[in-house]
Structure formats: structure tokens, C-alpha cells
Design a binder for this molecule. Structure first.
Ligand code: FAD
Length: 528
């Protein structure tokens, strides 16, 4: 089947939905999403979204905190723009119907709603995290999805897996990374219910495909986070950046059978929980004077080191000092989750270990969210804006997603309304002739596990030249086997995801090897 729209959006998390709601006032929008529309990292975000809302805080302080976390390699102009735009974007989320917690009995001018209740998280010098209890992302996803579903110009198509963006390459032209004017005409997408591959043509395409946490064996990200957008742009010869900066969250709940790993939000350390070793002794004083509230990379490396020294699989987060009432009312999701596996966090310490959590790098975009490929935008976790530099400050990613969805929408609207870009009707349909259905799923599932173990063991929190070389050699074999399978098989979602994960792993290793300095999240024993 062939479809034509003004704006094509791949992904229905905070970035895709925010963009769609804005451009829908100016044309027809189609959102493709590979699972259920609500599934994605957005709905798992617990802590909240950072913004300077009141005079007790200042833009300068938030800018400074972001620059410090980014370890000197953020794009300062991007940081300033994003943080100054934040309050406007928060007000829009509220207008779309998203609810953030407010101060109980808070004083505000007559008739106005009470002030927002703000949390503080690691690396933030002020209380500036807007939240909805400890399930902020679920509330944001609910609010945006309901607004998108109400909009007459937006069609949301679930279980549609975008395979590749369409460029001149599909018109038979040779495209290399040196081709100056690569253009995007839309995407090919697999209908996961019929196994048919459809052609979606659009004047503008936005990739909002989220992260790539599943490159690693332990991750807090949902199973859909397989780096599809990044891999698609890589295949289309677009520019990618900063993929060596994978953020490992220091505290995921240790429950080995569970995927994704359940996150214990940083807000809990902000509220007073402290990290302890297996003997119940605090250890962060050995690593940083900010103790358990040090930035994520420092805490993750400290835990990794303590685990290696002790040979144990997990350490503890002790939240008992926060008090029973605050724990149950302020962290109801974590309280219920831990209780479901026999841990009463008001009485017991929580077993935790680090997990791959957030990809700071991605599809390189300018301040309008436009990639190096014309008419292709990217926003949210799949993009690289320069905001995070070497390391993301907690709760800045939801913020980045809404700010860049807005900027991309403004630029895309102008482009479509200028009228000098037509949908490319000569694009051919996907050719699947001569392919056979591969029935050996084990080839795919086993290879995925191998890949995730290689990445966890050799390209994790602490790296070295030898580990990266070893990962690269093993990945090469996996790459060749998988390409062979791809070239003779009917395309399926698992096979496509595996190819994408391999491409992302390759890019992480390549960029990690090229980074000859320990900065931000990239830490190599050979560069100390
Ligand atoms: C457990 C957890 C807690 C977090 N807590 C916070 C927090 O407190 N504050 C904060 O700022 N950030 C937090 N983050 C990070 C933040 O949630 C994400 O970075 C953000 O939600 C990403 O939004 P997104 O719209 O880019 O992608 P997602 O919400 O991940 O959405 C991606 C979308 O793309 C679709 N998709 C992907 N590939 C394809 C394809 N090939 N074809 C079609 N559709 C596709 C998916 O189906 C999905 O709809 C957290 C992340 C996790 C995992």
C-alpha cells in the first residue's frame, strides 16, 4: 500500500506526540509506532522534567548545572536556548492536559492554581523537577496521547515498524556520506499484522524513535528501544554523533529475571536515600564529596567499582531514613513494586545495580531539529542536539524532547507551507522478491543475547582499548552472519531490530575508540 501525508512522524513518545500536536494545525499527520502507542521510554520516566519555574531558582543556575554534568563539551548556545524555553513548553504540556503535582495548600494569587511541587535530583543545585508522583512519564504520555487521539488531523497507526527512510538511493542513485544533498521522501514500514511492507511518502518526516538501551543486557529501557532511528540514518548515510556517551543509571532494582530493569529514581536519593555496600556501610565518601547525590556517571562508576571489588552482583540503596509516610505517599510506584517482590522499603534496604539507561548521542540535528538529510527531522532520545555534551543531567531529556519537538515543528511547518517541496511519487515500492520466511527464530534471539553480553562486558561503564577491540572483533562475526540472514529472508520485526542493534553497537564502539580522552560518560582505563 502507498500512503501520502504532509507530516510523517515515527514514534509516539513525548517527542513524536508533541511534534504531531503542533504540526497538525497545518496539515495531515500520520504517526507510525511499532507497538502500542503508549509503549516507549516516556511512560517509564519516574523522576520528572526539569525547568526553572520560580524566582527562587534561575536560568543561570540550571544552565550551569547542565554544563557541569556535560563535562565541558555541551553546546552552550543550545543549553541556554533549551533552558530558557523550558517554562513555555511546560505550560503547553499543562494546556494539553498533563498534570504535575502542586504544593498542598500552596499559596498563590486568588483564583490561580497552587504552585508546582518541585523535586531536586542529583547534579541539580535547586529544586526544579516538575513531577507527577513518581510516574511522571506515564502522566505525560497519557495527556499527550489523549490530545493526539482527539485531533482530527492526526492518525496514529500502531504496529507499523519503520524499516528504512527513503532517499535518492531508492531512486537508483548512488548515495555516500559525501553526497551533499541527501533528501528524505518518507519511510518504508512493515505492517506487523500482515507482514506487508508499505510506502509512506511525506513532505517532512520526523524520527522520534527513542533510545537504544537494548544494545546492553541490563537496561531500564523498554524492549522497543532498539536504536531504529539511529540505524536508519546510518544506513541512509546521515550524520550521527556522540554515541560513546551511554548513560548507565546507577540504581536499577536488582531482580535479574525482569526486563526491562525497574528503575529506582534519583529523586529517592534527592529525598535522602543513601548508597551502602553489602555490609550496610556507606561508601560514596571514597569517590565524591557530593556523596550519593553526585552525578550519575560518578555514582555508576563507584557502584561498578564496589561490585568488582566485592565480587557481588548488587549493592544497597537505603531509603529507610526518608520515613514511612513520605516513602509510601511520595514513591508509591517504587513502594508497590518492591513490595511485590518481598522488599518493604520502609524497613528493608533496596538491592540495586547499574543499568544502561539513556543514550546522549544520536542523529545530529541543528537548533531546528533538522538532520543532515533534507526534510528529515529528529527529536527526543534518538537525536543529538548538543544539550547533554558528555553526560545528561537528570530530567533534562524530557525537557529536550519537548523543546526540540517545538523547534522542529516550527521549522517543518514553514517548510511545508513554502509549497516548494512535492511528495516524490516516483519512489518504488519495497521489493521482497526471492525472499523466504526464516523459521529459525533461535538464530535471531541467540545473536541478540550474544550482542548484549558483548556490549555489557566490553563496552560498558568502564572500557579499555583491548575491551573495545575484542568487542569489535566479535561484533564483526555477528554482523556478517546477520547480514547473510537478512539478504535471504523475508523481513520481520525481530530481524530488523537485530540489524539495528548491531549497527548501533558498531557505532558506539567506533565512537568510543575515536574518543581519546576520558570525558563525561566515556571512561577508559587506558586514558586515565
Ligand atoms: C525507566 C526510565 C526512567 C526515566 N526517567 C526520566 C526522567 O525522570 N526524566 C527525564 O527527563 N527522562 C527520563 N528518562 C528518559 C526519557 O524517558 C526518554 O529519554 C524519553 O522519554 C524519550 O522520549 P522519546 O519520545 O524520544 O522516545 P520514546 O518515549 O522511547 O518513544 C519512542 C517511540 O518510537 C517508536 N518506535 C521506535 N522505533 C520504531 C520503528 N522502527 N518504527 C515505528 N516506531 C518506532 C516506539 O514504538 C515509541 O512509540 C527515563 C527513561 C527510562 C527508561
Amino acid at each position: 500500500m502507498r500512503y501520502e501525508v504532509d507530516f510523517l512522524v515515527v514514534g509516539s513518545g513525548i517527542a513524536g506526540l508533541s511534534f504531531a500536536l503542533k504540526v497538525a494545525e497545518h496539515g495531515r499527520v500520520c504517526i507510525l509506532t511499532k507497538g502500542d502507542a503508549a509503549e516507549g521510554s516516556t511512560r517509564y520516566a519516574q523522576g520528572g522534567i526539569a525547568a526553572v519555574m520560580y524566582d527562587s531558582d534561575s536560568f543561570d543556575k540550571h544552565i550551569q548545572d547542565t554544563l557541569v554534568a556535560g563535562d565541558g563539551i555541551c553546546d552552550r548556545e543550545v543549553v541556554e536556548m533549551t533552558i530558557r524555553e523550558a517554562p513555555d513548553r511546560i505550560r503547553e504540556l499543562v494546556q494539553y492536559g498533563v498534570e504535575f503535582d502542586r504544593v498542598p495548600n500552596g499559596k498563590s494569587p486568588a483564583g490561580a492554581p497552587a504552585k508546582f511541587d518541585l523535586h531536586r535530583e542529583g547534579g541539580h543545585s535547586e529544586f526544579r523537577i516538575l513531577h507527577h508522583k513518581d510516574n511522571t512519564g506515564e502522566e505525560i504520555e497519557r495527556g499527550l496521547l489523549e490530545a493526539a487521539r482527539r485531533h482530527p488531523n492526526i492518525e496514529i497507526k500502531e504496529r507499523q515498524f519503520a524499516i528504512d527512510i527513503i532517499t535518492q538511493h531508492h531512486l537508483g542513485q548512488r548515495v555516500t556520506k559525501h553526497t551533499p544533498d541527501i533528501e528524505c521522501y518518507g519511510v518504508y514500514a512493515l505492517d506487523c499484522d500482515t507482514n506487508r511492507i508499505d510506502t509512506y511518502l511525506a513532505k517532512v518526516t520526523l524520527l522520534a524513535t527513542g533510545g537504544m538501551g537494548n544494545v546492553y543486557s541490563t537496561t531500564t529501557t523498554p524492549v522497543i528501544s532498539t536504536g531504529d532511528g539511529v540505524a536508519m540514518v546510518h544506513r541512509a548515510r546521515g550524520v550521527l554523533s556522540d554515541l560513546e556517551f551511554m548513560q548507565f543509571h546507577p540504581t536499577s532494582l536488582y531482580n535479574p529475571a525482569e526486563k526491562p530493569a525497574f528503575l529506582i529514581t534519583e529523586a529517592m536519593r534527592g529525598a535522602g536515600a543513601v548508597l551502602k555496600d553489602r555490609d550496610g556501610k556507606e561508601f560514596m565518601q571514597k569517590y565524591d564529596k557530593r556523596l550519593s547525590l553526585a552525578p550519575r556517571d560518578i555514582v555508576a562508576r563507584a557502584i561498578d567499582n564496589e561490585m568488582k571489588l566485592s565480587g557481588k552482583d548488587y549493592l544497597y540503596l537505603d531509603a529507610r531514613g526518608i520515613g514511612k509516610k513520605h516513602l509510601i505517599e511520595g514513591f508509591p510506584t517504587i513502594y508497590a513494586k518492591c513490595l511485590s517482590i518481598g522488599i518493604d522499603i520502609t524497613r528493608d534496604m533496596i538491592p540495586v545495580r547499574p543499568a544502561a539507561h539513556y543514550q546522549c548521542g544520536g542523529i545530529k540535528v541543528d537548533r531546528n531539529g533538522e538532520s543532515s538529510i533534507h526534510h528529515l527531522y529528529a527529536a527526543g532520545e534518538c537525536s543529538c542536539t548538543g544539550l547533554h555534551g558528555g553526560n545528561r543531567l537528570a530530567s533534562n531529556s524530557l525537557l529536550e524532547a519537548v523543546v526540540y519537538a517545538h523547534n522542529a515543528a516550527m521549522s517543518a511547518i514553514a517548510k511545508v507551507e513554502s509549497g516548494n517541496w512535492k511528495v516524490k511519487n516516483e519512489v518504488p515500492d519495497w521489493n521482497a522478491e526471492g525472499m523466504v520466511l526464516n523459521e529459525e527464530m533461535v538464530l535471531i534471539t541467540q545473536t541478540k543475547k550474544e550482542l548484549q553480553e558483548i556490549m555489557w562486558n566490553y563496552v560498558g561503564i568502564v572500557r579499555s582499548d583491548l575491551r573495545l577491540q575484542r568487542a569489535f572483533d566479535r561484533l564483526n562475526l555477528i554482523f556478517r552472519e546477520t547480514e547473510d540472514l537478512y539478504n535471504r529472508s523475508v523481513l520481520t520485526e525481530p530481524l530488523s531490530e537485530l540489524r539495528n542493534l548491531i549497527a548501533c553497537a558498531y557505532l558506539i564502539i567506533k565512537m568510543a575508540r575515536a574518543r581519546r580522552q576520558n570525558v563525561g560518560l566515556h571512561y577508559s582505563l587506558d586514558l586515565v
